[in-house]
Design a protein. Sequence first.
Length: 197
Amino acid sequence: MGEVSRLGRKPVPIPSGVKVEILDGGIIKVTGPKGSLEKKLPPLVRIRIEDNQIFVEKMEVQKKLDRKAKAFQGLARALINNMVIGVTQGFTKSLDIVGLGYRAEVKGQEIHFSLGYSHPIVFTLPPGISARTERGTEQVQVRLILEGIDKELVGQVAANIRFLRPPEPYKGKGIRYTGEVILRKPGKSGKGGKGKK
């Protein structure tokens, strides 16, 4: 727990070109070259901006709530740090589409998938998320790259797309995160147990 509270006390630097505002209702707004994000802060913390740095401070609370306040302090700092990174650099998440004949084509805010089902699947991207495809490798048919300024949203959209065709454990066909290791199960050989040991 000590590590989180130590990190929670570390200020988040505000890069040039980034504007941070504290709005009513415990909402923080961060605006930068790539766009603007608003998030509600966790309870038991307050924000102070000084010398181009954001300080996250836990409120004075009863002893029994102190651990919770420290956890929220660490959470708030991570949230703000991700917002600053998001509006300046953005976040990307890539998915590999594996399987013969499996395809993905980006058309504006829609991705058209052929994933071995009898019908194509159209996935609509939420506002703030863009996608592009790259040629895959020998094993990977298509690599799909998602980009956005909201780390949480990028991760959620990637999880939703993976869910369309999770990798199956025998041949590893399906949609997986780039670099994800699929634990393969040996296929049924049907040759009286002469499969590889």
